[in-house]
Design a protein around this ligand. Structure first.
Ligand code: PMP
Length: 333
């Protein structure tokens, strides 16, 4: 047995966040003649890329005094940021109040309850509606004097990705990287990694991967925030330019439909043993599209944001998929 070179002695939970492997995706690489690499963010302690943002925002709030010992953290989240914040809160003696749209997967709801989050489920409402989960979280924080993490517009989020995710990708590839593809929720990952990579190599291509129903593809292509359709992916898609996205170095955008996303989720599961969630499937599909565009011999990196088990009741549920006119995993039908 060999021990991975990035293994280390972690001082508590937060020492185990980050330092994830960069995995060569064999089928995608073989199909394109490129090297397509996925950063295994599902291996973070909370199971997603958002552990990094949670830790970065808490570290910064402790440093600024916005978060005091024994204090409370409030956040609106599709779930993963709430998981990361609650775990770090548990490790450091804070309380976490998590506001989440009730449309998110049952697995994330159950996980948040399991780890002791004070979970407030709200109906899904557009951002401009006062009942929107982000706005509810802001109100709770203001009314209770708690720290509002505000992941969409708190740029400590993207700064965390610039200093960790982006720096790790540069180091792990030895600078041999031509393009990076990534979907956006807050934009923290895309912006932070993009900024880190561009600082080393200005001509690296930073490409947004966008699901149906998100306005960012049109924003990158035409400057207009327009959208149509919908996606079963969770945690990604955006209707506005968040503070984390503002000024991000984005060169191009790829639209990925749910059928193409599911193809990657199913193929990686059954042919490579990799369990990934929907946003990761969108990222890999976009990486393949960019690889085809660039031609053989290039290296494209993407993010495997979280794992399939978080969406078992949706992405691996033939009845749910049929209700959305989407294909079931071939080995389950
Ligand atoms: N994938 C998943 C599964 C997520 O939960 C999120 C965050 N909501 C993202 C991708 C997007 O990451 P970011 O907020 O850094 O844009």
């Amino acid at each position: 047995m060999t021990i991975a070179p990035n293994s280390h002695l972690a001082d508590g939970l937060t020492g185990a966040i980050g330092g994830t492997p960069l995995i060569k995706l064999r089928l995608a690489s073989a199909a394109t003649g490129c090297t397509i690499l996925g950063k295994a963010e599902f291996m973070n302690p909370g199971g997603s890329v958002k552990d990094r943002a949670a830790l970065a925002m808490i570290d910064a709030a402790e440093a600024s005094g916005a978060l005091k010992p024994g204090g409370t953290i409030v956040e609106g989240t599709a779930g993963n940021t709430g998981i990361g914040l609650t775990l770090v809160a548990n490790a450091r003696g804070y309380r976490a109040v998590i506001v989440m749209p009730e449309t998110q997967s049952q697995e994330k709801i159950d996980f948040l309850r399991m780890i002791g989050a004070d979970l407030r489920l709200v109906p899904a409402k557009p951002y401009k509606d006062p009942g929107n989960y982000v706005r509810v979280s802001q109100r709770i924080a203001e009314e209770t004097g708690a720290f509002w993490a505000n992941q969409f517009d708190n740029t400590d989020n993207r700064e965390g990705h610039r200093l960790t995710t982006g720096a790790e990708i540069w180091r792990q590839t030895g600078g041999v990287i031509d393009a990076f593809t990534c979907a956006c929720g807050t934009g923290g990952t895309l912006a932070g990694v993009g900024m880190a990579l561009k600082a080393h190599k200005p001509d690296v291509r930073i490409v947004l991967a966008d699901p149906d129903g998100s306005a960012l593809y049109d924003w990158v292509k035409t400057g207009q925030l327009t959208s149509s359709g919908s996606s079963i992916s969770e945690g990604i898609g955006q209707g506005r330019v968040t503070a984390n996205l503002a000024g991000a170095p984005i060169d191009d955008a790829v639209r990925v439909h749910d059928t193409a996303m599911l193809e990657q989720v199913f193929d990686l599961m059954i042919h490579e043993g990799l369990s990934i969630g929907g946003s990761a499937g969108i990222n890999v599909a976009a990486a393949i599209a960019v690889a085809r565009d660039l031609g053989p011999g290039h290296t494209i990196v993407t993010i495997l944001c979280d794992g399939a088990a978080r969406y078992q009741s949706k992405l691996f549920n033939p009845t749910f998929l049929a209700s959305k006119n989407l294909p079931a995993p071939p080995w389950m039908v």
